[in-house]
Design a protein around this ligand. Structure first.
Ligand code: ADP
Length: 364
């Protein structure tokens, strides 16, 4: 193998994309080696370049510069049909007049495969997806989840070992999304395939990925396991994007070993950083509720989410959200205070957002 690296299934080297009509690049210097059997999730806000990156891998969009290797072979100019890749889109557009059987088998029929072979492939695909009993139904007589499974079936039946998925669950309701998340991960494990999955939903990224690629403004911010990105974010963008509710940020400065907010209120002492403006970051679940110690917490909203509460409020005018479990019923507590454990804090540069400090709880 040349260029792509020994075990890489897909390898992107400094891939860039500039649409002619746009002034800026949509994707800049995208590089990653993806191994066989990985479940890679591209995550980031709308417009950050996730779909463009995926579409360049699929061959649906030209690569402006950089190199794309598939199975070690330079593939920039390879036609989509020759890339041996299966794709599942958000709008899965099943053929409404065709049965499930014919929807799954459509691509094979187009390729003029033998009827008997098509039959075998369609039936084994339907078996994998628990669709055997629905083969004669039309899409309108299926539930949303079943329709999505048919769309997956159309991809699986191609027997490709690379799946590209672009927001495949975004049309489903919340409960079904959770079920389908699990189904897709199980399916990937069953088929032993490599998956690249695009989503703006950080929960999907956290729960499905073996590795997450977090993007902003066409630039990779960080690549790593969900846990790595959650506990060890490289900058304020990644820290704020992954996690729900999002990390709390308080702008201020370090002065003589303490952190003060922008209005000069002392937020935290015992800081061993030199004097400078910084942003403090602390996760909602890292904050501790107290009825006697800490900073006065003016509560605005208490939301019960089942096993825990999200409590929104302010610390000296700085908006924060705290997460605590059900036993600590905040309604019984009267006046509330919040403690910020130093070992669970992060500090970020106020201009660049780069992380410059991580509390010892999160150090490797
Ligand atoms: P995402 O998938 O993260 O929402 P996209 O990859 O769709 O982001 O878009 C990245 C950027 O490229 C955006 O600024 C978008 O407007 C631009 N873009 C996407 N597709 C096209 C296109 N066909 N022509 C021109 N600009 C595009």
């Amino acid at each position: 193998m040349k260029g792509g690296g020994q075990l890489s299934k897909i390898s992107l080297k400094n891939i860039c994309k500039k649409y002619e009509e746009n002034e800026d690049y949509s994707v800049k210097d995208f590089s990653i080696d993806i191994k066989e059997n990985e479940f890679i999730v591209f995550v980031g806000p709308s417009g950050c370049g996730k779909s463009t990156s995926l579409r360049m891998i699929a061959g649906l969009e030209d690569i402006t510069s950089g190199e794309l290797y598939i199975d070690g072979k330079l593939s920039n100019d390879l036609a989509p049909k020759d890339r041996n890749i299966a794709m599942v889109f958000q709008s899965y557009a099943l053929y409404p007049h065709l049965s499930v059987y014919d929807n799954i088998g459509f691509g094979l029929k187009i390729r003029k495969l033998d009827k008997k072979i098509i039959d075998e492939k369609v039936r084994s695909t339907a078996e994998i997806l628990s669709l055997t009993n629905y083969l004669n139904r039309k899409p309108k007589d299926l539930s949303g989840g079943q329709r999505q499974r048919v769309a997956l079936g159309r991809a699986i039946v191609k027997e490709s070992d690379i799946f590209l998925m672009d927001e495949p669950l975004s049309n489903l309701d919340a409960k079904l999304r959770v079920e389908m998340r699990e189904e897709i991960v199980n399916l990937k494990n069953k088929l032993g395939s490599t998956v690249i999955y695009v989503t703006h939903d950080q929960t999907e990224a956290m729960t499905m990925a073996t590795r997450i690629v977090c993007l902003n403004d066409g630039i990779i911010q960080q690549i790593g396991s969900p846990r790595e990105l959650y506990t060890n974010p490289i900058n304020a963008f990644v820290a704020g994007f992954l996690g729900s509710p999002a990390m709390n940020f308080i702008n201020g400065e370090v002065k003589s070993g303490a952190f003060y907010d922008d209005k000069g209120n002392k937020i935290l002492s015992g800081i061993s950083l030199e004097d400078r403006p910084l942003t403090l970051g602390i996760r909602p679940e890292a904050l501790e509720l107290s009825n006697s110690e800490g900073l006065p917490f003016s509560v605005n909203l208490i939301e019960l989410l089942g096993s825990d509460y999200n409590i929104s409020g302010k610390l000296f005018g700085n908006k924060i959200i705290l997460k605590c479990d059900l036993e600590k019923n905040p309604r019984d507590k009267g006046e509330l205070f919040v403690k910020i454990p130093r070992e669970k804090t992060y500090f970020f540069d106020r201009d660049s957002g780069d992380r410059i400090f991580i509390g010892e709880s999160y150090e490797d």
